[in-house]
Design a protein around this ligand. Structure first.
Ligand SMILES: O=C(O)CCC(=O)C(=O)O
Ligand SMILES: [Fe+2]
Length: 212
C-alpha cells in the first residue's frame, strides 16, 4: 500500500488552544480537507456589538436600493471597511492569528443576516480558475456565529456529511489551497435554511496575496 503524505496546511495550530488576545478552543477537526470548529472566538459582547454596528448599515443599504436579490444567497449582507473601528481592528487581528495569515491578505469582514426561510445554497468560497479575480484567489475562510439559532441555519459540508450547528461565539474554519484540487472541492458548503429565529454570521476570507 502506498502511504500518501498529508499535504501542508495553512492552519498550523496544534493541541486544543490558540492563544491570541483571547484563548480560543479547538473543538473538532477534520483533517483533509482541514475543517476546524472553534469555540470562544468572540465574546458575547463582541457578537452583540458586531450585530448592532451592522444592523444600521444593512438598513441603510436597503434605502440605497442595493437590495440583495440572489438565488444562491437569500440573506442580507454588508462588509466592514478594513479596521473601520476599534472592534473591527481587534477582531481582524485575532482572526489573522487564528487563520495564520497576515492581515494584509484579509478581505473586509462580511456580516450576513438570515431570517426564516433564508439560506446560502451550496457553493465554494474560491473563484473559478477562469475568472481574472482567481489570480489572487481566496485560500481560507472563517465563519463566526454571532448568535444562537433556534432551529436550522447549520453550516453544511455535503461532500463530507458534516453539519456545524451555529452557536454564539463559535466559528468554523476551512481552507482550500491544496495542490490536490479534489481536496479543495470537498470544501463545498452551504448555510441551511433558518427555520426558527434569526442567524447572524461574520465571515472572513483570506487571499493568496496582499490586498491592503
Ligand atoms: O451561513 C453560513 O453558515 C455559511 C456562510 C458562507 O458560506 C460564507 O459566508 O461564505
Ligand atoms: Fe461560503
Amino acid at each position: 500500500m502506498i502511504m500518501e503524505k498529508k499535504e501542508q496546511t495553512i492552519f498550523a495550530h496544534a493541541g486544543s488552544k490558540i492563544n491570541t488576545d483571547r484563548e480560543i478552543d479547538i473543538i473538532t477537526r477534520v483533517e483533509e480537507p482541514l475543517i476546524v470548529v472553534l469555540d470562544n472566538v468572540l465574546s458575547n459582547e463582541e457578537c452583540d456589538e458586531l450585530i448592532r454596528l451592522s444592523i444600521n448599515k444593512m438598513q441603510r443599504s436597503k434605502i440605497g436600493s442595493t437590495h440583495d436579490v440572489n438565488e444562491l444567497r437569500t440573506s442580507s449582507s454588508m462588509f466592514f471597511e478594513e479596521s473601520e473601528n476599534e472592534l473591527i481592528a481587534k477582531v481582524e487581528k485575532r482572526v489573522s492569528s487564528i487563520m495564520n495569515i497576515p492581515i494584509e491578505h484579509a478581505e473586509g469582514l462580511q456580516i450576513l443576516r438570515y431570517t426564516p426561510g433564508q439560506e446560502y445554497k451550496a457553493h465554494y468560497d474560491y473563484f473559478s480558475s477562469s475568472s481574472t479575480i482567481a489570480k489572487n484567489n481566496r485560500i481560507s475562510t472563517l465563519i463566526m456565529y454571532l448568535n444562537d439559532v433556534e432551529q436550522g441555519g447549520e453550516t453544511l459540508f455535503p461532500k463530507l456529511n458534516l453539519s456545524v450547528t451555529p452557536k454564539k461565539g463559535m466559528a468554523v474554519y476551512f481552507e482550500y489551497f491544496y495542490n490536490d484540487t479534489d481536496l479543495n472541492e470537498l470544501t463545498l458548503h452551504a448555510g441551511a435554511p433558518v427555520i426558527t429565529g434569526e442567524k447572524w454570521v461574520a465571515t472572513q476570507w483570506m487571499r493568496k496575496q496582499k490586498i491592503r
